[in-house]
Design a protein around this ligand. Sequence first.
Ligand code: ADP
Length: 627
Amino acid sequence: MANLKLSHIYKVYDNGHKAVNDFSIDIADREFIVFVGPSGCGKSTTLRMIAGLETITAGDLFIGDTLVNDMEPKDRDIAMVFQSYALYPHMSVYENMAFGLRNRKMPEAEIKERVMKAAKILDIVDYLERKPKQMSGGQRQRVALGRALVRDPKVFLLDEPLSNLDAKLRATMRAEITALHKSLNTTFIYVTHDQVEAMTMGTRIVVMKNGYVQQIDTPMNLYNSPYNKFVAGFIGTPQMNFFNVTLKRNGDTVKIAFAGDDSITVPYEVVCKIDGNYLDGEKPAVFGIRPEHIDIDRDESGLKFIVTNVERLGNETILYGKLGDQSGEFTVKDEGNSIIVKVIDRDDIAVGDIVYAHPKLNKLHFFDAESEVTLIHKIPLYNTVEAVISGGSIRALGADTTLPQAFGQAPSGPVELIVPPQAIVPGQDFSLRVARIENADGQSLAYLQNGDRYLFALVGGNVREGDEYGFSILYDKITLRANGEDIAVPVSTEVSLEGRFSKKETREEKERVLHFFYNIGSYTIEAEKENGYKINSIDKDHCYDYTYRYAVDMDKVRIVTDGEPGLDVKVLEKLDYIKVCYARVQTEDGQTFLIKIDRDNTGSQLRIAFDGADVSVYSTRIDMKLC
Ligand code: ADP
């Protein structure tokens, strides 16, 4: 039994191919985690790094509390099952299962006990004397599982174990492996390109694409709330329908306009979490709806389409169709006009019929046309607030407040404030009525009535619907936009500096001892020894020639006195955001960044310092976190 932690794991193959990028996950004891994604997305590489069959380029892998990056596979207490069973053909099933244990010099009596126990669990007791070639694919895969089972490992790793089996056997084995996981109470990590396997087996699923994690979530959350268009399209069969659309708000309704002349109208409430900028009738968006979330009728309302193909699968019927173009013809070449609908118990629809689609209102998905990220988040990423700046004050949300000095360069006139819910805190500056409270991932999300829109804020559990909610805005966490241009952006909570890496050898009691250092200008910080070795092992001897990016949480940066070691910086300007104050500073070699200062600090020259243990190191050569 074991939990696993993967922290910023990267894999760069010797040919320079970056197969896995910044993979992080905490896997709890007894979870069944599935890595899923198209071929080549980095699933097997990640699994093989966990197994120890592939070196980890950067990042930390923990099994339990032990860092195992450099531990031999055989010492990791894991067992791996491969797609190609990898059984020894000349050995009997019993010998195949006993082989690994014999190598470990386990007493014969215990081997027998373990093999018999595993054989019983897997229902292969009658086959123990057979050779693999005398068995079916399913039986062989059971032997491969048995060989892993007898080792009683902390973690089971399974790499596409069912892909050599036919569809019917795969379904049976899926259920058997799920049952095995339940009975063993062991952590399972399972790689597959098959989303049905992922959905039916995983307690959580990691969806990957091109070496990057797209979303880590439970099967139902992936299905109901895909983070982006890729996840939306990958999970679910037939695939979700996607259409290029624009959205236009008109009072209580929003019109979804399709590429042709078609449109459907939905209540504003069902899309109220989409930022207002997308509801202007111009900004392109992608509308997604699953085939099973569309009702069909012939009543000449809804989305008109012609049926081009019908697949009858018993109670389920899959309709393939085409939307019309501007002239109402159904001959548009554009890919975006295809529609697939899954209907239950309907055999009255035939090829050539013209029917009308009605998307279920609580099942609509929208994505940004460019980034393809969802536009409906459980907790909206930001609110767009209209404001007016005049004479040192800012008018927004029905109140006049002081314009923060940091926004001094903003022009008078209308501006937009891009305010994340996290930047709204209890206070006295504004007050709005709480129209609704919703539980979003364990937090209380308040819909604050802002004219005919909502302002989304995270509030304490004591706030109730109907309350007047008093709040302030943390101006250092917002974007200020005038005439479409960003005048101010959120202050990063991290200080980022470029510098070099060096080592020094000393002799301590006749022992050679290596010390590693981060050098930023003339400021030298001793690195944690293990991090020094990490950088050394990743970049080899070149590490003393490369430039690195050193990142430190802003709260870990201290202002020190002249007598102490530190990095000298010149204060370029002071930025007062009312609740917090920053200084824009510059190093002697010209790097500028922000630090937090006390409002009464008037120094024009400061010295800052931080600890080696608080520094994260990034490669500037290949975009990668090294430690
Ligand atoms: P998946 O299991 O998702 O199909 P893999 O982890 O096997 O993907 O591979 C991820 C990427 O790394 C692929 O583009 C593959 O071609 C590449 N790759 C795999 N092994 C090696 C290797 N030994 N050397 C170079 N590139 C490799």
